[in-house]
Ligand binder design. Structure first.
Ligand code: NAD
Length: 482
């Protein structure tokens, strides 16, 4: 149906086991995971029951108590070893990732994603959380410590399955927590395999993986044995998680949807920035939270900007990610394909101009070509909703105040970008944009040392950097009388 379906009598593909308390676990029921480029079955993922989730949480709780008692250097070394495992097994994991997710193996695809996994793990390994002395005088010594929250539940999406899993897992473990992770049912296999491999360098129970559909994520967010949820996915699901997390006042990091605006000022040379805009919008086929999803271009350079982007779109090869010639793969699942197609059809019906693409490719798989849509405005679904795919609305503006108001006019605030040859002009626009990150003359870069998160409907809290690590802890004060 949506890229995964129930195991049938004839299914012969391999089942990838969950890891619970260091051991492989399968279930009688399983989901078939589909390759979006060929529609072949890649493998089977177990369907975790509520009872098995309880077992995984209990294993994590037991392991966490011991893990938190280990010296800091032991946890750092474990994170270094995880980075090593990711590097050593990058080829196997990247191939599996391409087969289930669809992204190209090369370029900004699966091998790039595995490189990111090792990089983020290695960075988190070296972070410290020193005790802060808040007061030292004749009356008292007051110390501020960072202590682990306990068990962290991680729920991940299907667009960058491994990198996002590592973003959740490694800082949590580094800070002394144990983890239960649930990947998206569209792309569970690479996470199942990665967790199996990472368990070779971790004490049993510190990192557990369960698989299943939405209800298992719901059971995690309501589970009293889980102390924090770190979730990356849609805003709608983030809201549900926040509601069901209230029972035991879980800590939450929510990295939710984005509808990032890019604003191109009139002094910009469109030829110089076209490629940056193009990949800012279409990295991973646009299925990236902080992809550029609405482009506002000043009237003075609108037509030439559209022409530059269209020329790039027509030159980018799209195909099966295992084919080294492919720079873009299919959309990940049928639901996403239908969504992108519906938004483009709506734009066309409203009189917008389709510059490139505009219809599903006539071949097997969920291929939708790069579709640039001009002469479109607020009110069209392609502008107002997150498309998360290979279509970009290009909106003409003549008044910068109006462009900023439109950029801020939606309940999203993940990232945004301003493009200009004049840094002061770009900065003054950036200052007025409501977003967690505003890029200038680039879009979408994330890095292990730079905190990343959204405002408004795009989320709560940040990942990465010192702040991202500390989000896996509570503050504990020692207030010692003298
Ligand atoms: P999704 O919300 O449908 O699913 C994400 C995960 O939540 C999956 O594992 C799913 O099984 C689980 N889930 C579903 N229902 C649940 C429930 N009721 N309780 C708990 N868990 C539940 O999102 P998706 O379609 O997989 O991913 C696409 C979305 O993710 C886009 O909106 C995108 O912008 C967003 N995203 C955000 C970031 C970020 O960092 N802000 C990064 C990547 C993706």
């Amino acid at each position: 149906m949506f890229g995964f379906k129930k195991k049938t009598e004839t299914t012969t593909e391999r089942t990838y086991p969950m890891t619970i308390d260091g051991a492989p676990v399968t279930t009688d029921a399983a989901d078939e995971v589909i390759n979006p480029a060929t529609l072949d079955v890649v493998g089977l993922a177990p369907l975790c029951s509520p009872e098995l989730l309880d077992t995984a949480v209990a294993a994590a709780q037991a392991a966490q108590v011991l893990w938190a008692r280990e010296p800091d250097e032991v946890r750092k070394e474990a994170c270094r070893k995880m980075a090593g495992v990711l590097t050593e097994n990058a080829a196997e994991l990247a191939e599996l990732l391409t087969r289930e997710q669809g992204k190209p193996l090369k370029g900004l695809g699966s091998e790039f994603e595995l490189g990111g996994c090792a990089g983020w793990a290695g960075y988190a390994a070296e972070l410290d959380m020193p005790v802060k002395i808040l007061q030292e005088d004749e009356t008292a010594r007051v110390e501020q410590h960072r202590v682990p929250v306990g068990v962290v539940g991680s729920i991940t999406p299907w667009n960058w399955p491994l990198m996002i899993a590592i973003w959740h897992i490694v800082p949590a473990i580094r800070a002394g927590n144990a983890v239960v992770i649930k990947p998206s049912p569209f792309t569970p296999l690479s996470t199942l395999r990665m967790v199996e491999l990472l368990n070779t360098v971790l004490p049993k129970g510190v990192l557990n993986c369960v698989t299943g559909e939405g209800p298992i994520g719901g059971a995690m967010s309501g589970h009293d044995g889980i102390d924090k949820i770190v979730f990356t996915g849609s805003t709608a699901t983030g809201r549900k998680i926040m509601q069901s997390a209230a029972g035991n006042l879980k800590r939450l990091t929510l990295e939710l949807g984005g509808n990032d605006a890019g604003i191109v000022l009139p002094d910009t040379k469109s030829k110089e920035i076209a490629e940056g805009i193009f990949w800012g919008a279409f990295i991973n086929g646009g299925q990236t939270c902080a992809a550029l999803k609405r482009l506002y271009v000043h009237d003075a350079i609108y037509d030439e900007m559209c022409a530059e982007l269209a020329a790039l779109a027509e030159a980018i090869p799209m195909g099966d990610g295992l084919d080294e010639a492919s720079a873009l793969g299919p959309l990940q699942n049928e639901m996403q394909l239908n969504k992108v197609a519906a938004l483009v059809d709506d734009a066309r019906a409203q009189g917008a101009k389709i510059l490139t693409g505009g219809a599903r490719l006539d071949r097997p798989g969920y291929f939708y070509p790069i579709t640039l849509v001009a002469d479109i405005a607020a009110g069209a679904r392609l502008v107002d909703e997150e498309q998360f795919g290979t279509a970009l609305p290009i909106i003409r503006y003549s008044d910068i105040d109006d462009a900023i108001a439109q950029a801020n006019g939606l309940d999203f605030g993940l990232a945004a970008s301003v493009w200009s040859s004049n840094l002061d002009a770009a900065r003054s626009v950036a200052a007025r944009i409501e977003a967690g990150t505003v890029y200038i003359n680039k879009h979408g870069e994330v890095a292990p040392h730079i905190p990343f998160g959204g405002v408004k409907g795009s989320g709560i809290g940040v990942e990465f950097g010192q702040e991202g690590l500390e989000a896996n802890t509570d503050i504990k004060i020692y207030n010692i009388a003298k």
